[in-house]
Write a protein that binds this ligand. Structure first.
Ligand SMILES: [Fe+2]
Ligand SMILES: [Fe+2]
Length: 434
């Protein structure tokens, strides 16, 4: 890694650290390969120098870069294994293969031995544990309810959640009611303001004020930018996150788990917006919570889960299939059950419940958003929730959404920037506590 003056930067160089403005605003994530637009933007923000990967310095014409070749080869081995269940002949599979390979290569060139999303491929491999050998397995569990009964803190959601949900369910509630219900929880309000201040809403902010945005520093202004009901929906999802933060570390690193969830949320928000399928904020929350069932399974059915992870790794199959074999249901059904119990909006529950099983063809549009978002997040290596392999993409989901390969290519960098921003402001602790 070397420090380089902004005036000396060239296209093709790779950022070795996140870039922040002088005021601390997040600008670009580590791993970005600089293009003309990035260089203009860095100059516009009057930054003096940034850190770039030493190996990314352009070579003289005709010179062979052995480091880049080695990085490309190592990246290909990792990506080939991760995407072994994805149909790379399919339009979406081809795009994801190319983008995942480029990202993995960039991270290796930037000096990361293992990219941030590679928790499952690191020194500890979930499922390699010797606990819970198949011969010791109890029979499949009777139902999701049985697991939830053993988790007392999940009997009911937090107080602030109940207040916000009342507002959402009341057809005559006002936007001020939504802001008022969030105001009771200062930590939740601060997280929401950070979300609304992210670049995702920058265009809306400009439209609202007619100039480059200043900071949104109050919930009333946040309601103006996002909308009352949309802000309340975001608040519902964010308010329950603190209940899910204590997976035993030998299963999966909590920060890596949330990186996968936030990656899926960012992808779902972008896909819902691009395809006009439902509300982008609802999609964001569904993405954020799509794998929470797995947290409960890790804690309450660890013997079954150890065996499921071994089975999935040995057969190179998606973990949700092994869960169905060994538990009798998968984490998506369990998560959907919990959200129904807590009376989350029905469409949000459906998106979580059916993200691995799209259900009736007539009703797949919204679950298809999370299905594709999960595929993108896993294929790109954005965190991990226990899977070693990206789940196969259901062609019916791709058809239902009507995206093209070019659109997906354009959306993935937007999703990745949103992921980096949200992780930066939302989970600042390295241990990944929300
Ligand atoms: Fe899942
Ligand atoms: Fe997932």
């Amino acid at each position: 890694m070397v420090r380089c003056n902004v005036s000396e930067l060239r296209e093709g160089m790779v950022l070795a650290e996140d870039v922040l403005t002088a005021g601390g605003r997040f600008l670009m994530p580590k791993g970005t390969t600089l293009d003309h637009g990035h260089l203009k933007s860095l100059q516009a923000w009057n930054l003096s120098a940034v850190s770039v990967a030493a190996a990314a310095t352009p070579l003289a014409p005709g010179a062979r870069d052995d480091g880049a070749v080695a990085a490309g080869e190592a990246a290909e081995i990792v990506v080939r294994e991760r995407l072994c269940r994805l149909d790379c002949e399919h339009e979406a599979g081809r795009v994801l293969w190319r983008l995942a390979l480029e990202r993995e290569t960039r991270h290796r060139l930037a000096g990361d031995a293992v990219s941030p999303g590679q928790g499952e491929s690191g020194p500890h491999r979930p499922g390699d544990d010797t606990v819970g050998r198949p011969e010791e397995l109890p029979p499949p569990l009777s139902s999701p309810e049985a697991l939830l009964r053993d988790e007392p803190k999940l009997v009911s959601p937090p107080e602030v959640y109940l207040r916000i949900n009342d507002v959402l369910r009341d057809p005559i509630s006002t936007v001020e009611d939504a802001a008022e219900s969030i105001r009771h929880d200062p930590s939740l309000a601060a997280k929401l303001l950070r979300l609304v201040n992210s670049s995702f809403y920058a265009r809306t902010l400009r439209a609202v004020r007619g100039r480059f945005p200043a900071k949104v520093d109050s919930l009333s202004r946040a309601v103006m930018v996002v909308g009352g009901r949309q802000l309340a929906t975001l608040a519902l999802g964010v308010s329950v996150l603190p209940l899910f933060q204590d997976i035993p570390p030998h299963w999966v690193n909590m920060r890596v788990f949330w990186e996968h969830s936030v990656g899926c949320a960012a992808a779902a928000q972008a896909i819902a917006g691009a395809c006009s399928r439902g509300n982008p904020e609802t999609a964001f929350v569904a993405g954020l919570l799509h794998d929470i069932g797995r947290i409960i399974v890790f804690k309450q059915a660890s013997t079954h889960m150890a065996a499921a992870m071994r089975q999935a790794a040995a057969a190179r199959e998606p973990l949700y299939k092994a869960e169905r074999d060994l538990l009798g249901f998968d984490h998506a059904a369990l998560g959907g059950h919990l959200l129904r119990k807590w009376q989350f909006p029905a469409n949000l529950e459906k998106m979580v419940r059916y993200h691995h099983d799209l259900g009736e063809p007539l009703f797949i549009d919204e679950p298809a958003v999370i299905h594709l978002a999960d595929c993108v997040a896993t294929a790109m290596g954005w965190g991990a929730s226990g899977n070693r392999h990206a789940p196969p993409l259901d062609p019916a989901a791709w058809e239902a959404l009507g995206l093209t390969g070019e659109e997906l290519t354009r959306l993935v960098p937007v999703m990745e920037a949103r992921l980096a921003e949200t992780m930066h402001s939302f989970f600042p602790d390295r241990d990944g506590r929300p």
